[in-house]
Write a protein that binds this ligand. Sequence first.
Ligand code: ADP
Length: 232
Amino acid sequence: MTDTTVLELDHVTKEYGEQTPVRALRGVSFSVSRGEMVAIVGQSGSGKSTLLHIMGTLDQPTSGIVRIDGVDAAGLNDREVSSLRAHKIGFVFQQFFLAEHATLRENVADGLLYAGVPAARRFRLADLALERVGLADRAGFKPGTLSGGQRQRVAIARAIVGQPAVVLADEPTGSLDSATGAAIMELISELNALGTTIVMITHDEALAGRLPRQVRLLDGQIVSDSAQQEQA
Ligand code: ADP
């Protein structure tokens, strides 16, 4: 690992169940450097969701090491893991998970709640993040009137508002039509060009092919990593 590594997995395994365990991950090792944009691509059942949960510190590996910005998540208690997650990781999901009763500003500011940022500053940063996704003029509105693409923009603003070390995006265009999905991918690429590190999970080979690096997962193992091929 180098000092620019923001995410590192070392021989990570995950088994579900005890009697006849399902081996969802079988020794996954890779690292992501600051500023990278990486697709993790694989068919259904290959272990993508499991990997996302483990990279996001939402679940623990059965064995192996997960380091977020140099910190080994296994060495932390629950409160410390929550804090690490709040400060270092932004999530974007296929389903946008916006609070319908709250304004867009409040939805985005929620991304900072667990990072312990005072309210006035949360709202100021939320407005800046909404500006970055092109929704500054909607900050005081509730999500009700928004299109799917606009909802995903709000979710992206919420993910980046705390300037996390890495944004984990799980099929971010999966519930959007292709034109809207392309616009969201353009936004994600723009954010990456401005320095945001992105790891995107997808089953879509064509989409993955548009990112600079592809890590391919099959049956819980990495079968190729375009970054390794370039080095070889
Ligand atoms: P993907 O996201 O690529 O579809 P998953 O990570 O969801 O892959 O699943 C990988 C494997 O682990 C599959 O065989 C799946 O059935 C199994 N699996 C996932 N979650 C669980 C769970 N909670 N309990 C038991 N098996 C699981």
